[in-house]
Design a protein around this ligand. Structure first.
Ligand code: ASP
Length: 480
């Protein structure tokens, strides 16, 4: 029998991981799973991260070295940023559409909603500088007195949530920043510190600077340097292939470990978590899937067909099949940064996007373009407002779209980063940041799916740019 292809093997690893987690928690083996299986998942993520920084460094320098002129680079940079910002706004708008169509926050019992509303009003009264969103005042309604004690304890519980307070203090410790801080942070003062701390944008800046100066020097003088850099780039590209050989097992270990951690020794706990937040989780995932399976692939299918005459369906399949390994990995790791080496591999080898484009567009995207995160943040904020009986006007929702766009750019490409960025978003629009405690329990699952969209957005933008620059070549996907 023919050995199944790598993506099929990874899917098998994924399913086995879920089955193992269910079995291990119902048999009381969670500690065994966490001690003896989960560490292989961590090793896998470490291996991918180990490759990511040098791979980005050498492949950007090698890519720029091959560019005929630096004007191309400028044009590509402008297109990349425009598409990244445009696609993030689109995703956030999709989140707003989903939240307003399905109203996940209004599906709780009336009693629960009233308690939540009272808790919100108590919080506004206690907080300096925060104003009401509307004219409703349940606190003044004598019929509500019976709910007041519940509301007070709900508020106290939210505010004292330890996990939340830990996250808030991490944010508070960050220095106050001015409007140009983003650009200041991009320019490293010591490149070794940037490597040390995996500061991707600084490494990208350094690589572009290095590459441009290489192009400015005489070709003959630079030849040996270029040969060495191309060689290094090839080594790191090959490393991705080698690590990916173990992906099916590693993915099994990752999922088994994560789910065992969530479920402990009672599998029923997972079901309970989802029942309470089912509508919110389900509709957020629905919005993410619409973008992952329909919207982006449809745009790419249209453009690929126009260029190659492949047919719409075939082009759709070509794109989806090409990036599947990276999508599966994003799902398993919840980190676009860890998935980056594989994304670069898939976009180059399976989609036929030129190395020059992928090596530049994808690392930038992994750092700043998070469409899944923006969509999720918009749904989450509107859900939480609905859950506290706050009706947001269109203008207020537009502000949330803007804030989610910025919040997603600021989020790191690691698990849960998008949720932490909800704190400043809620604060900036005058809602209670402690509300994120409500969605903690289901965040990991949503994180897995939103990370898939984050990566799909990056892959789509790099394909669009390659098509527009005539740097796209259909490859044979026979092996996939
Ligand atoms: N985990 C996401 C990523 O790495 C970020 C997020 O938490 O939304 O892309």
């Amino acid at each position: 029998m023919k050995k199944p292809s790598l993506p099929v093997q990874i899917i098998m690893g994924l399913i086995l991981g879920i089955l193992w987690a269910l079995l291990s928690s119902s048999m009381g083996w969670s500690d065994f799973t966490i001690d003896w299986i989960a560490p292989f998942g961590t090793i896998f993520i470490n291996l991918l991260k180990l490759i990511a920084i040098p791979l980005v460094l050498f492949s950007i320098i090698a890519g720029i070295g091959n560019l005929s002129d630096t004007a191309t680079l400028g044009r590509m940079g402008v297109k990349t940023l425009a598409l990244y910002i445009g696609s993030t706004i689109l995703a956030a708008a999709m989140g707003m559409f989903i939240a307003n169509t399905f109203n996940p926050g209004k599906q709780a019992s009336e009693e629960q909603l009233k308690i939540n509303r009272l808790a919100y009003e108590l919080w506004v009264n206690d907080s300096e500088g925060v104003e009401y969103f509307d004219d409703v005042r349940l606190l003044n309604d004598p019929n509500m007195a019976s709910y007041l004690t519940d509301a007070q304890s709900a508020l106290a519980e939210q505010q004292s949530n330890e996990e939340l307070n830990a996250k808030m203090s991490v944010l508070k410790n960050k220095k106050e920043t001015g409007p140009l801080q983003f650009f200041v942070d991009m320019v490293p003062s010591n490149i070794f510190l940037s490597f040390n701390d995996s500061l991707m944008l600084q490494v990208i800046f350094f690589a572009i600077f290095f590459g441009i100066v290489m192009v400015m020097l005489p070709n003959a003088q630079m030849q040996p340097v270029a040969a060495v850099i191309n060689g290094f780039s090839d080594i790191f590209i090959k490393m991705v292939d080698v690590v990916m050989k173990g992906a099916p097992f590693f993915v099994f270990a990752l999922l088994a470990g994560k789910l065992a951690e969530m479920a402990g020794d009672e599998p029923g706990r997972l079901v309970e978590i989802f029942k309470a937040l089912g509508a919110y989780t389900g509709y957020t995932i629905l919005g993410l899937l619409i973008m992952i399976l329909l919207l982006y692939p449809a745009v790419i299918a249209f453009l690929v067909h126009r260029k190659t005459n492949m047919g719409y369906w075939k082009s759709w399949g070509y794109f989806m099949r090409g990036i599947r390994p990276a999508q599966l990995l994003a799902f398993s790791t919840s980190s676009t940064a860890a998935t980056l080496p594989v994304t670069m591999d898939c976009v180059r080898d399976n989609l036929g996007v030129d190395e020059e484009i992928g090596s530049f567009v994808l690392p930038v995207g992994a750092t700043i373009n998070m469409d899944g995160t923006a969509l999720y943040q918009t749904v989450a904020v509107i859900f939480m407002a609905q859950f506290h009986m706050i009706d947001l006007s269109l203008g207020q929702q537009a502000t949330i779209i803007l804030m989610a766009t910025l919040g997603s750019i600021g989020a790191a490409s690691v698990p849960s980063a998008g949720m932490i960025m909800l704190i400043p978003i809620l604060e900036s629009v005058g809602l209670n940041p402690a509300w994120i405690a409500i969605i903690f329990p289901v965040d990991r699952i949503i994180d897995m799916v939103r990370t898939v969209l984050n990566l799909t957005g990056d892959a789509s933008v790099s394909t669009i740019i390659a098509l527009s620059e005539d740097k796209f070549k259909v490859v044979d996907q026979e092996e996939l």
